[in-house]
Design a protein around this ligand. Structure first.
Ligand SMILES: [Zn+2]
Length: 64
């Protein structure tokens, strides 16, 4: 899962980004209007040099 387009860090100007996933089950996002839902993990794209997060994606939007 790599970013094709060149992303420049807003904080330090670096071009080296990587992605990470939140595995902690408490860090999932859940629909606000559904009581029973598995929720979805989040995928973070962040700068490898300073840690600035450029985007946060919901892994499985079909749960919403
Ligand atoms: Zn940076």
């Amino acid at each position: 899962m790599s970013t094709k387009e060149l992303v420049t860090c807003k904080s330090c100007g670096s071009n080296s980004f990587t992605t990470g996933q939140v595995k902690n089950s408490h860090a999932k996002v859940y629909p606000v209007d559904k009581i029973i839902s598995m929720g979805s993990s989040l995928i973070y794209t962040f700068c490898k040099d300073c840690g600035d997060v450029s985007s946060i994606k919901v892994e499985d939007t079909s749960k919403f």
